[in-house]
Design a protein around this ligand. Structure first.
Ligand SMILES: [Zn+2]
Length: 442
């Protein structure tokens, strides 16, 4: 594909920003994009002086009125080589919006008490491409509701999206799919709708009024093909993938991030590992098959046992160390999921089935809502102890505060408590069948 197609143009108009110098941040390095040809004018087309700053641009605008700017965005990745950054190739655009926009930093503006300027964005895309985003559209321009809305989404465009819209769990959602895989669009629609519906039943209303799912093909070899957004979720599939247990579980996992990580921020083992456990349990409940939960837990246990630091490092310490690795190689995922299972079982046992880890999740979400998002690990511990008494507190000391081993026997016992049935035994490691030597001749 020719290099010229690796660019798109972006135009934006900021109102409520006049009469002062406007500071704009450029997309972060490593986001898959580069900005070039940045230029600004006022509404009458008079050029405004622009200065480079450490992380972006300063536009000097002494007069009243709006600031307009435009720039060319070049992409360093194609869509097929990354799902957590931004990519463009001859057939489609897929982007985490923080990687695209030159815009005022919403965090900084909040700190200084400034209102976020109203922003309208126009993408100049190849002809006949459909743009998919969670934002309200105002004619040809997109109108994000806030700076967070502008920068915390995902966005996609292509000429051949099939788009679906529906309601689930009290929220509207849109699903845009391109390409064909080993499953139907309606099968994916069902998984998306059930994730939202069961998430809302368990944790309370979907935190955002509208959720966008974008389903596309991605890089071969990725073990996780999805990413979280606060209102939009990207799902990348390799060619020929099936919508079986692992990938349906992934869709649930990403959907539950609307709550865990979306409106509640805390230790990663909770936002990733407990999220993963809830996703597995809710998926198995939907399928009415406890064996689905058991299979996902056994797999987690096998991965956990293969992580070298699993008996020496707590999950919080691992999160601070920031080691590399995907979600099969990190304790915050694999031990986090098992810890959530054990805590859920302990709470149910201690309360004779009257409470569960769901009550802990709901109380943490309420705490996060009351104070603006962040909850500490000590507060998770307190909520666990309140729901599950000394049984749960003991489990917490072993597997969250401590590094005691989680064993197959403990996982089996916890699965029995949570599902009410005896779980199938862990699958045995596959042994190569013995090759028979030539039958001895008598
Ligand atoms: Zn996640």
């Amino acid at each position: 594909m020719e290099a010229a197609a690796q660019h798109i143009a972006v135009e934006a108009r900021l109102t409520g920003a006049g009469g002062r110098t406007v500071f704009l941040d450029a997309p972060p390095a490593g986001g898959g994009t580069r900005v070039a040809g940045f230029a600004a004018t006022d509404d009458r087309g008079v050029a405004l002086p622009v200065q480079r700053t450490g992380g972006g641009y300063a536009v000097v605008h002494e007069g009243p009125g709006a600031v307009r700017f435009r720039y060319r965005l070049s992409f360093t990745d194609s869509v097929s080589s990354g799902s957590t950054a931004s990519g463009l190739d001859s057939a489609r655009l897929y982007a985490v919006t923080r990687g695209l926009f030159v815009a005022p930093d919403p965090v900084l503006l909040r700190k200084t008490g400034g209102a976020y300027p109203a922003i309208r964005v126009v993408f100049i895309l190849p002809p006949a491409w459909t743009l998919v985003s969670a934002w309200d559209s105002a004619g040809p321009a997109l109108a994000p509701r806030s700076g967070d809305d502008l920068l915390d989404g995902t966005l996609a465009a292509a000429g051949d999206y099939r788009t679906y819209a529906d309601t689930a769990g009290g929220a509207r959602f849109a699903l845009a799919i391109r390409g064909t895989r080993g499953f139907s669009d309606s099968a994916l629609l069902d998984v998306v709708a059930e994730g939202l519906r069961r998430g809302a039943e368990t944790f309370g209303p979907v935190p955002v009024p509208h959720v966008t799912y974008i389903s596309d093909t991605g890089r071969k070899g990725r073990t996780s093909g999805s990413l979280q957004g606060k209102a939009s979720i990207g799902l990348l599939w390799e060619k020929g993938e099936l919508l079986e247990r692992a990938r349906s579980h992934d869709v649930f996992h990403e959907t539950l991030h609307l709550w865990m990580g979306g409106v509640l921020e805390t230790e990663r083992w909770w936002t990733e590992g407990a999220d993963d456990y809830f996703a597995a349990r809710l998926y198995a409940e939907w399928r009415q098959d406890p064996a689905e939960l058991a299979a996902l837990c056994w797999q987690s246990l096998r991965n956990y046992e293969g992580i070298p630091r699993h008996l020496t490092t707590t999950m919080a310490a691992e999160a601070r160390l920031r080691p590399g690795g995907d979600n099969t190689q990190l304790l915050v995922y694999r031990k986090g999921m098992l810890a959530a299972l054990l805590l859920d079982a302990a709470i149910r046992k201690d309360s004779h089935g009257r409470r569960s880890l769901d009550d802990v999740a709901r109380s943490l979400l309420a705490l996060a809502a009351a104070r603006g998002r962040t909850v500490s690990e000590a507060e998770i511990g307190a909520a666990v102890a309140e729901a599950g008494g000394s049984t749960a507190a003991r489990e917490w000391r072993r597997v969250v505060a401590g590094t005691d081993a989680i064993t197959a026997g403990q996982v089996a016992a916890a699965l029995r408590v949570v599902t009410g049935v005896a779980p199938p035994p862990p699958p045995q490691p596959v042994e190569h069948p013995k090759t028979l030597s030539r039958t001895p001749t008598p």
